[in-house]
Design a protein around this ligand. Structure first.
Ligand SMILES: C[S@@+](CC[C@H](N)C(=O)[O-])C[C@H]1O[C@@H](n2cnc3c(N)ncnc32)[C@H](O)[C@@H]1O
Length: 114
């Protein structure tokens, strides 16, 4: 039997849900893997907002998006996802990705708490 990581399993669901032109949110951008996936799925006519509270995450994500030739459809916010309602109206978003935990390669004490 083949081994899958949980992130690959989630990506399969995201691919089913998101279409060209959609508005999506990455609530925890980290190193940008989910932001890149959302950006590619939403395409030129879509929009992606990505949140993180660490500048290191924004820098890593920007690099990943540039290297991955992501469409210019994203906005990276140094902001807590607790404030998500200030950026998106109810029922306007096709998919919101929450990938909790610490920033891989970063400070492990900075992780999401309830
Ligand atoms: C496991 S990483 C996310 C991985 C990321 N989705 C990727 O594809 O690389 C979790 C991230 O959540 C961020 N985080 C923690 N609390 C947050 C909050 N309140 N708002 C936004 N981001 C937060 C951390 O800084 C960390 O970068």
């Amino acid at each position: 039997m083949k081994n899958y990581q949980i992130t690959q399993w989630c990506a399969a669901f995201i691919r089913q849900q998101v279409h060209e032109g959609d508005f999506c949110i990455d609530a925890t951008m980290g190193n940008g893997n989910d932001t890149l996936l959302l950006s590619q799925l939403c395409g030129e006519s879509g929009k992606v907002l990505a949140f993180d509270i660490q500048e290191q995450a924004l820098n890593a994500t920007q690099k990943k998006l540039t290297a991955g030739h992501a469409p210019e459809n994203y906005r990276l916010l140094l902001e807590s996802h607790a404030n998500i309602a200030e950026y998106a109206a109810p029922d306007s978003v096709s998919c919101i990705v929450f990938n909790f935990g610490y920033l891989p390669g970063g400070d492990h004490s900075l992780a999401t708490r309830g």
